[in-house]
Design a protein around this ligand. Structure first.
Ligand code: PRX
Length: 633
């Protein structure tokens, strides 16, 4: 193993040993040394009150102000636009000034501590600035993924009770314009009088003009120019929420996962440093959208808390030419590159010759997140992109965990291809069988986590009971991740995918219930089921079965597939549109009326036998019927 990394197996052992021996002392020390506090916490974990409960701090002061005395002139953000010469660099001092101005604009809009601010932006620096500005004044940000439909945005804005929305006139994709403001207008129209939104602030990404509603909408730029660049950070309790972020589960509507301030930030900083072997000269590029947790922890918070230089790229991996990402890495000397298996597989399919045209020698550490990475993609990433010399950190974690949980640590842990390797210090994963019994040694089972860790979510917004039932009730005494995993005799983990009804398409978490809810709006359909099946590029593909009402005429039935695609695009977003829709007379059910998804999944994969005992089904005859329909395509 190379000795150029911060940690060695020996120093890492000291760390893991320390946390095992005395977690309270370990985390209190980490909290103190990683963050600046307005009141230092005297305890790390309190079962009742949470992490660092008697400490106070501000997340934005931790990401910005603290770096100013010694590193104010260091580049915080390099933003690369789609056009080669479209580059913006901000030092920590400049970023701080912009965040303060933005925070004052929010205050002028009446935003107070504890209020929610929704952010719906393309990849522009204002996304990070807006998040930091919210944190500065103690408002919670609610970042909404750019690909959400108006209805999906409306649901989330309503649930969060956001008082201000930050959006853009448009997003850019080559010559194409993505209508951010128009989508937001449609979302707010859907909410009508029930909308809690008082102001809409519009970032002018281009010169394109968009309609502004008097009294509600304003262009941001003139407000920022007029705003003061002084804004004292609000001292927050460590357990005050920093943000809420919506994610999908196996049942019901997407839930607003709430993260706290002190614990979350400690975890983001700790894991960013360990997992990516952070060194001050690094140029850190995480390709995730800020609309997802990866963009929160490894674009916005972890790297900035650690004083890193981050790269933001507005464009696509292979647009306008294949190799665009590699060109960006070579141009900016990126050292640390963190992306998804879906992107790796897509880039791999273009061949080795394309990355071979670029000088990728600046790379030190490569990372993967969001879905299981297959052996072939891992090896290609390691060999072709990393030249065999860069560790590939496959980081397993979730929106709820706040930061990486199981991951390779460069220099300290020996890699195994396609394995997330070992739990990070302070993380105690267990594998359970279906009855909830712990499995020892080499085994495959349901992945749960024991005990707490600083990055653990606080709750679900507006629904703590759901938080408890979703994560702590399925296997009492353990946090239920929803994933399955295999562990080898040396304790290395391989994540096998979701064991619940969450479908992971290109790293986007989609709840089968979300899809089925959307389809239930189509009157001619009596029932539907969404399942995930393996997909070469996307990891999983979404397949939908629909059951039309009896007696529909042929023409209506023929139009149902298109309706399904349309309604999913409208209610959820284009990213959730299924690969295939099968029109079937019924769904396989147990005698108690539950859909048997396991069977539907297997049949959608093209399997025709080996389904086990079908006599327990209420309608076994439907099985050959489904096989026939799927077989016909
Ligand atoms: O199924 C796991 C998968 O993504 C889920 C979490 O999704 P989300 O909350 O959107 O967060 C994604 C980014 C952290 C997990 O339950 N997942 C995430 N990382 C990995 C993974 N599956 C396998 N390997 C990973 N490295």
């Amino acid at each position: 193993m190379s000795s150029s990394f911060c940690l060695t197996p020996q120093t890492y052992h000291v760390l893991t040993d320390g946390v095992r021996r005395d977690p309270e002392e370990f985390w209190l020390k980490e909290g103190h040394r990683r963050l600046v506090w307005s009141r230092e916490p005297t305890r790390a974990m309190d079962q009742e009150k949470g992490w660092f409960a008697d400490g106070t701090l501000n997340a934005s002061a931790n990401c910005l102000d603290r770096h100013l005395p010694e590193h104010g002139e260091k580049t915080a953000i390099i933003w690369q636009g789609e056009e080669a010469d479209h580059v913006i660099r901000l030092t920590y001092r400049e970023l701080h000034a912009r965040v303060c101005a933005f925070a004052n604009v929010l205050r002028d809009c009446g935003v107070k501590r504890g209020d929610r601010v929704a952010i719906h932006l393309p990849c522009v620096i204002e996304g990070i600035i807006a998040m930091q500005a919210c944190a500065r004044i103690g408002a919670m940000h609610v970042v909404l993924f750019g690909g959400f439909s108006a209805e999906a945005i409306a649901d989330r804005v309503a649930d969060s009770g956001a008082v201000v929305v930050v959006t853009a006139n448009v997003g850019r994709r080559g010559a194409k314009r993505i209508p951010y403001k128009t989508t937001m207008d449609a979302a707010l129209r859907l909410l009508g009088d029930k909308s809690t939104v008082r102001h809409v602030l519009v970032v002018g990404v281009t010169e394109d003009e968009v309609p502004l509603e008097a009294g509600r909408d304003a262009l941001l730029e003139p407000l920022l120019r007029a705003a003061s660049m002084d804004c004292a950070p609000e001292a927050m309790n460590a357990t005050d929420p920093l943000f809420l972020l919506y994610t999908s589960g196996s049942t019901g509507k997407p839930k607003g996962i709430v993260h706290g301030t002190g614990g979350y930030l400690t975890w983001a900083s700790f894991t960013h440093q360990l997992v990516f072997d952070h060194q001050p000269s690094d140029i850190f590029w995480c390709t995730a959208d800020i609309g997802w947790i990866t963009g929160h922890s490894y674009v916005a918070y972890g790297p900035l808390a650690n004083g890193a230089t981050i790269l933001l790229f507005e464009g696509m991996p292979s647009h306008p030419t294949p190799g665009r990402w590699w060109e960006v890495i070579a141009k900016h000397g990126v050292t640390t590159f963190y992306t998804s298996p879906t992107a790796i597989r897509a880039l791999m399919s273009e061949g080795d010759e394309i990355p071979g045209r670029y000088d990728l020698s600046s790379l030190r550490v490569l990372g993967s997140v969001g879905e299981p990475i297959n052996h072939e993609a891992w090896t290609w990433f390691h060999e072709v992109i990393g030249g065999g010399r860069c560790p590939v950190v496959d980081t397993w974690w979730q929106t709820e965990t706040g930061g990486a949980m199981i991951s390779l640590v460069p220099g300290a842990v020996e890699a195994r291809p396609a394995s997330a390797t070992l739990p990070l210090p302070g993380v105690n994963p267990v594998l359970l069988d279906e009855k909830g019994q712990p499995l020892e040694g080499a085994a495959e089972g349901i992945l749960c986590i024991d005990g707490s860790w600083p990055g653990c979510a606080l709750t679900i917004w507006n629904d703590d009971a759901l938080f408890q039932t979703t994560y702590f009730k399925p296997y009492p005494g353990h946090y239920f991740t929803g994933d399955g995993a295999r562990r080898d005799e040396d304790g290395y983990f391989w994540i096998t995918g979701r064991v619940d009804d969450v479908i992971n398409v290109s790293g986007h978490r989609i709840g089968s219930a979300e899809i089925e809810d959307a389809i239930s709006e189509i009157h001619d359909i009596s029932e539907s089921a969404a399942v995930g099946i393996p997909h070469d590029l996307k990891g999983q593909g979404l397949i939908v079965y629909i059951v039309p009402h009896e007696g529909l005429d042929k023409a209506v039935t023929a139009g149902l597939k298109d309706q399904v695609v349309r309604i999913i695009g409208t209610k959820v977003g284009r990213y959730a549109v299924p690969e295939k829709v099968f029109v079937v007379p019924d769904l396989p059910k147990t005698r108690s009326g539950k859909n048997v998804r396991r069977l539907m999944r297997k049949i959608a994969c093209g399997e025709t036998e080996g389904f086990g005992d079908l006599s327990t089904l209420a309608n076994p005859a439907i099985v050959p019927e489904l096989i026939r329909i799927v077989g016909e395509g």
